[in-house]
Structures are given as structure tokens and as C-alpha cells.
Design a protein around this ligand. Structure first.
Ligand code: HEM
Length: 105
């Protein structure tokens, strides 16, 4: 899988429930926050989204490792997060993270 070709799982997840997050538009939130520019940013800091106190207080810098851990099981990683879907398949997580790295803030 290459970052240029987001996997089916990514498309399914991001299309789920009207699009969990806006992947491409900074500052545009849906059920979840915009993920444009997420890699390298601080957790719970994207403008225009009402994050849970849990995620705001988590003080995570999103990189390959922290994203991998969060996506594997968000509620186990950040107790009380509003994101409840998880990506149990490690390969899928790698695909997703590679894609997230291509998104610009
Ligand atoms: C590939 C798919 C997804 C990825 C990579 C992803 C990733 C993330 C990340 C990294 C955050 C933290 C954002 C930040 O700190 O600025 C987040 C938050 C969130 N996500 Fe997702 N997500 C995905 C799919 C979804 C879906 C499908 C939903 C809902 C149906 C969802 C709901 C949320 C919510 C509600 C939050 C805010 C959590 C809080 O405030 O505690 N996500 N997501």
C-alpha cells in the first residue's frame, strides 16, 4: 500500500457516519475534528472542534508511534476520548498513517 492510494479501509472509515473527520479541509469538523496536518501536531488542538477533556489533557504529539497506539484502541490509549472506533489491523494502521502524513494543514 502506498500513501498515494488510500486503502479501502481508510475510505470506509472516513466515509462512515457522514465522514468521521474531515481529512482534507483544515478547520472543518464533522463528528470528529479535521485531520489535515495532524502528523506533528498536538492532540486536541485543532481549531473549531470541541474535544473531550480527555484528549485535550492527553498532551500527545501525533507521530507515527502515537497515532499507531491511538488508532489501535483509542479508548484504551486516551481514557474518555469521544473517538470509539479502532483499527485493530496493524497493516491498515500503517496505511492510514502514511496517508495522514500526506495531508497538509
Ligand atoms: C481513518 C480513520 C480515522 C483516523 C485516522 C482518526 C484519527 C483521529 C485522531 C488522530 C484524533 C485526534 C485528533 C486531534 O488530537 O486533533 C481523532 C479524534 C476523534 N475522532 Fe477519529 N479517526 C478516524 C475515524 C473516525 C471516525 C469514523 C469517527 C466517528 C464516526 C471518529 C471520531 C472522532 C472523534 C469524535 C474525535 C474527537 C475525540 C475526542 O475529543 O476525544 N474518528 N481521530
Amino acid at each position: 500500500m502506498s500513501a498515494a492510494k488510500p486503502s479501502l479501509i481508510l475510505r470506509r472509515m472516513t466515509n462512515a457516519a457522514g465522514g468521521g473527520e474531515s481529512l482534507l479541509s483544515p478547520g472543518v469538523s464533522k463528528i470528529g475534528p479535521s485531520l489535515a496536518g495532524i502528523v506533528g501536531s498536538k492532540s486536541g488542538a485543532a481549531p473549531g472542534y470541541n474535544f473531550s477533556p480527555a484528549l485535550k489533557g492527553a498532551n500527545i504529539t501525533w507521530d507515527e508511534q502515537t497515532l499507531d497506539k491511538f488508532l489501535e484502541n483509542p479508548s484504551a490509549d486516551v481514557h474518555g476520548t469521544k473517538m470509539v472506533i479502532s483499527v485493530p489491523n496493524a497493516e491498515h494502521r500503517q496505511d492510514i498513517i502514511a496517508y495522514l502524513k500526506t495531508l497538509k494543514p
